[in-house]
Design a binder for this molecule. Structure first.
Ligand SMILES: [Zn+2]
Length: 222
């Protein structure tokens, strides 16, 4: 996995909006954390996000720090943690971050501590109010010329915002061959928006294709 300094612009893969790198440690253990009170809350949030990572197609990465330890004879027999995909976090202040899924392992086992802005984003109360990012993500999701990866990432990411994202999530189907990837992501995000506000809004699905409405209903029952 590539190494990037914290808070440098994200360039590793495609993204439907600008992001900053966080926790792309590569083989260097960077900082130290004191395991403070907020740590459990941070890890819980990252764990929650890792159920729906972004850019999942980028392959499995083993922790290079653990690999190095093993090569140095420090970690004989050590199972080297690996992860795939990224966690994208958004702050109310307009900040947007990409961290590798391995960030949880870096924090727990290598003492890495993400910078302040990332922690604020992790502890944001959701949904975020509508802003330029939610509008941009909705546009990408609805765009027939955007890449399917960007559209799928937009569908997952819109879970940070609220009901104003529903029309784009419902309306995202232009080409039948794209249904398979897009509609489960849209259905999951619609349900996560409903769960957060504590009630379903079946009305928003009146114009939706039946396969989406079925998927949303299945997600809602879980
Ligand atoms: Zn490691």
């Amino acid at each position: 996995m590539s190494r990037y300094e914290d808070l440098t612009p994200y360039v590793y893969a495609e993204a439907p909006l600008d992001l900053l790198n966080i926790g792309w440690l590569g083989s260097e253990s960077a900082a130290s954390n004191d395991g403070g009170l907020e740590m459990a809350r941070l890890l819980q949030k990252l764990h929650e996000l890792s159920r729906r990572p972004q850019n999942l197609m980028m392959g499995l990465h083993s922790c290079e720090i653990c690999l190095q330890d093993r090569a140095d004879g420090l970690g004989v027999g050590l199972e080297v943690p690996a992860g795939t995909g990224e966690l994208w976090l958004f702050g109310r202040d307009g900040s947007a971050y990409s961290a590798p899924v391995l960030i949880e392992h870096y924090i727990v086992d290598h003492g890495y501590m993400p910078p302040e802005g990332f922690l604020r984003a992790a502890f944001e109360e959701l949904p975020l109010p509508p802003d330029a990012r939610s509008r941009q993500l909705s546009e990408v999701l609805l765009s027939p010329i955007a890449s399917l990866d960007d559209r799928a990432n937009a569908a997952i990411t819109l879970a940070w915002w609220g009901a104003e994202a529903e029309p784009a999530l419902v309306g995202a189907y232009c080409k039948p061959e794209e249904y398979d990837i897009l509609y489960p992501e849209c259905a999951q995000t619609i349900v996560s928006i409903w769960r957060r506000k504590g009630s379903a809004n079946w009305h928003s699905l009146e114009e939706a294709p039946s396969f989406l409405a079925d998927q949303v209903a299945a997600e809602w029952r879980q």
